[in-house]
Design a protein around this ligand. Structure first.
Ligand SMILES: [Zn+2]
Length: 466
């Protein structure tokens, strides 16, 4: 059945998502190009044979893709460009992997597993496809498609590529698209204007006035609540929809330039920062075994170090459970914090699931009582649950991730073996493609760290006002 072995996907599962049934099986991001301008009825039926014939045809007559005169190459994991001629149609449609072309153009390409949809954003333009749907959204408006986006498994391994019509997608983004028959080339010309050179579009840093934030600590006109300037400005391209594209990922606008100033009482407290995992315990892994493998332990450590930087700069006392790549047992982490008499314990983790769809941010806490029945609030003046809520809210503002809420988790060793109020933050899911693409950016680490540092200071200030 799988005659075209040269197209068999390598073991590389990068960006691949387990999904689907039948021949439309999940994976990375690709697109379909309209070859000729023939009209096809709205209810195009594409069957397995159309796809197999298209793959066979393109194996014999490969299709090239050029962007502004440069040849675009595809990775081995992608389904190669494919021409589909639906039954009864006169026109063929070329389908190609989307990321290679549109990311080369500087666009942001994101796959949303829950809705099985792919969205491409470039400057002021956006186009979104839902797998199998005959309509696409161009700048939010529905448009009919001649062929739907398809997920194609080309070698029967239940991993495939999401394919979308390239001509349609490229034109929706303001590109000029030509088919050069002699060389079997789809020639795409990016829009002439460059958003980065447009002073009205280029990022000028975060704009506090646009960031919903009721933290009065940032109001510099109030002498008692001057913030701590971090000097941090996110560099990216604003979309005009309250988001900014940084390192290819769309983040919400979020001001990290100023941290709330801690109260004098807050500065007397000791905060234990715990970076989950370490050493032989790598934690969760994204894209395991691949070139861009991401281990949770490294991410947690990077986040914790930045939290330390932010809190230290604000004058908060810090105790670091680990500062490098070492293995420490979970119970031991709790005992270390107990031994130094920490007032609050915050653990940084990232999540994983055996399924690809779970995603988002959650914060765990465990409200404790001492052996003689006194509450943590009575003993420490601050509560795990309210710290968790404050950090969680800040994380959602910073990352724009799905809000999975706060959870009471007495089973977690670092929460139940610590004597002081303790929370554990799960930033995002390494097992979810969209979350992982965010987690692979430096901006994710900065935002995660800033949000936690700010959440900690706000919690301390609320519990210990001057
Ligand atoms: Zn973990």
């Amino acid at each position: 059945m799988q005659k075209k072995m040269r197209y068999r996907a390598k073991k590389d599962r990068k960006r691949k998502i387990r999904a689907g049934k039948g021949f439309f099986v999940a994976v990375s991001v690709s697109i379909a190009v309209f070859l000729s301008a023939g009209a096809v009825s709205a209810d195009t039926v594409i069957n397995q044979k159309n796809i197999e014939d298209g793959l066979t045809f393109c194996a014999q007559y490969p299709v090239q893709l050029m962007l502004d005169g440069q040849k675009i190459t595809f990775s081995e994991k992608d389904v190669p460009p494919l021409i589909i001629t639906p039954d009864g149609a006169e026109a063929g449609y070329t389908l190609i992997p989307a990321r290679a072309l549109f990311e080369a153009m500087g666009a942001s390409v994101s796959w949303v597993n829950e809705t099985q949809s792919i969205e491409i954003v470039h400057h002021d333009f956006s186009v979104a496809f839902i797998v199998g749907s005959q309509t696409a959204k161009v700048n939010g408006a529905e448009k009919a498609l001649d062929v739907p986006a398809l997920i194609i498994d080309h070698d029967g391994d239940y991993y495939g590529s999401t394919m979308i019509p390239v001509r349609f997608a490229a034109e929706a983004l303001g590109c000029d698209v030509q088919w050069v028959n002699e060389t079997r080339t789809v020639a795409v010309a990016a829009p002439a204007q460059s958003g980065n050179e447009d002073p009205n579009r280029g990022d000028t840093g975060s704009r506090p006035s646009q960031v919903p934030d009721d933290s009065s600590g940032e109001n510099k006109t109030d002498g008692t609540e001057n913030g701590i300037s971090t000097g941090y400005v996110s560099h990216g391209v604003e979309t005009g929809n309250g988001t900014i594209i940084i390192e290819g990922y769309e983040f919400p606008l979020y001001d990290m330039s100023v941290l709330p100033a801690p109260t004098e009482q807050a500065k007397t407290k000791l905060i234990a920062l715990d970076m989950g995992h370490g050493g032989q315990d790598v934690g969760s892994q994204g894209h395991k075994g691949q070139a861009d493998e991401l281990n949770e332990k490294d991410l947690n450590l990077a986040v914790g170090q930045r939290v330390r930087d932010y809190l230290s700069a604000a004058g908060i006392n810090i105790y670091m459970i680990r500062e490098n790549d070492v293995y420490i047992e979970k119970k031991e982490r709790a005992y270390m914090a107990n031994a130094v008499g920490a007032d609050l314990f915050v653990s940084f983790h990232n999540n994983s699931s055996e399924y690809s769809s779970p995603n988002g941010t959650e914060t765990h806490y465990y409200t404790k009582f001492s052996a003689d029945g006194r509450s943590e609030f009575a003993l420490y003046g601050i509560e795990s649950s309210s710290v968790a809520k404050t950090i969680q809210a800040e994380m959602i503002d910073a990352l724009g991730t799905q809000n999975r809420g706060t959870k009471s988790s007495p089973e977690l060793a670092v929460l139940n073996k610590t004597e002081m109020p303790a929370v554990l933050v799960e930033g995002a899911f390494l097992s979810n493609e969209s979350n992982l693409s965010m987690m692979q950016t430096q901006e994710f680490i900065e935002r995660y760290a800033f949000a936690c540092a700010k959440g900690i200071i706000l919690s301390l200030n609320a519990a210990f006002p001057d």
